[in-house]
Design a protein around this ligand. Structure first.
Ligand code: SAM
Ligand code: SF4
Length: 343
């Protein structure tokens, strides 16, 4: 079986899958308060998601990240994790992980750990309950902190993802870092991206370049750049005083595309070869047109057209994205929401 390699010789080994566009929060930078969600009939069933992800694993994907929307609000989600965990058991999949807002972790952390999940990303932008309610609109901080505790108790390694927001969490830079260090969590800051049709004006006001955030950290702490790369947009530093590792995801100020190893599947079966481009390939049509005629892990004749569609999509993976705030206007903006493509 030929592995998936794109036109720029990048091997595609990492699939991010959005299992739902729905969420129990309404973070201001991600969704409008009155989001219209996709009709349920458009969503792939868990069985269809299994078949698609399994096709990707057959084609060489070794890391699967489940995201959304909020993945843990998808009904039956543990069944899906259980299905994917069989690929961990065979060794075909090296890592099964998820990105979550943490609201449901108190319930799901232990079952996820039991199914082979080892590390999770939890999004948390502030440790102030009032600010948390403001930025997530519907979220409540204590529930998320309880969830993070449950994850820790279940032995899951937690990475906190915080979106850097000017005038919002600037003053929490050190308290967030200290809290993560004290609790043994990794921490990564993310630059806010121009996603979603009605939100781009606000994005520019909120944009806090991570080079500024980093400079502020360096005023008090000694930062050492780490060579470590994950094939994604994160760069890491070590804080010499504490040994803590902090990541920076800078899609807007740093071009990370040359080492991109990932593609994104939406909950409706669209494959986005680049987060920052509109081009996508519909995999739902070939999926539904081809019968699932084999046992779950052996490709049957029906899977040939599906695999062909995946390969044709990878052959169109673009060189990179065009996000750019540098001219003091939002360029290269993307009208779909992050919750659709999966962050
Ligand atoms: N609901 C889950 C969560 O919040 O972790 C998973 C999906 S969410 C879309 C994934 C990540 O995207 C979160 O860390 C969130 O902060 C980030 N995100 C959403 N909108 C963003 C934006 N406009 N710019 C940068 N990051 C964004
Ligand atoms: Fe929901 Fe995550 Fe988007 Fe917040 S960032 S609204 S938690 S999908």
């Amino acid at each position: 079986m030929q592995p998936l390699v794109d036109p720029f010789a990048r091997a595609i080994s990492y699939l991010r899958v959005s299992v739902t566009d729905r969420c129990d929060f309404r973070c201001t930078y991600c969704m409008s308060e009155h989001m219209t969600f996709l009709p349920k009939a458009d969503l792939l069933s868990l069985e269809e998601l299994d078949r698609l992800c399994t096709a990707f694993v057959r084609l060489g994907v070794q890391k699967l990240r489940i995201t959304g929307g909020e993945p843990l609000v998808r009904k039956g989600i543990l069944t899906f994790f259980e299905a994917m965990s069989r690929h961990l058991a065979t060794g075909a999949l090296k890592e099964l992980t998820l990105t979550t807002n943490g609201s449901q972790l108190a319930k799901f952390a232990q079952p996820l750990a039991d199914l082979g999940v080892r590390r999770i990303n939890v999004s948390l932008d502030t440790l102030d309950p009032a600010k948390f309610a403001e930025i997530t609109r519907w979220g409540r901080l204590p529930q998320v902190l309880d969830g993070i505790e449950a994850a820790k108790a279940a032995g899951l390694h937690v990475k906190i993802n915080a979106v850097a927001l000017k005038g919002f969490n600037e003053d929490e830079l050190f308290s967030l870092a200290d809290w993560c260090a004290a609790n043994g969590h990794d921490l990564t800051f993310i630059e806010v991206m121009p996603m979603g049709e009605d939100m781009t004006a606000g994005r520019l006001d909120q944009y806090w370049p991570l080079k500024d955030l980093r400079a502020r950290l360096a005023e008090r702490l000694t930062l050492t750049d780490l060579a470590e790369r994950t094939g994604g947009p994160a760069r890491y530093v070590r804080i010499e005083e504490t040994g803590q590792k902090i990541g920076f995801i800078t899609p807007l100020t740093h071009n990370f595309c040359e080492s991109c190893n990932r593609v994104r599947l939406t909950c409706t079966g669209q494959l986005y070869m680049c987060l920052g481009q509109e081009d996508m390939a519909d995999l739902r049509a070939p999926l539904r047109a081809s019968p699932d005629d084999a046992s779950p892990d052996d490709a049957g004749p029906g899977d040939a057209s599906l695999e062909q569609a995946i390969r044709a999509a990878i052959a169109r993976k673009p060189n990179g994205h065009d996000f750019d705030y540098s001219r003091q206007k939002v360029a290269g903006q993307i009208t779909r929401h992050m919750s659709h493509t999966g962050g």
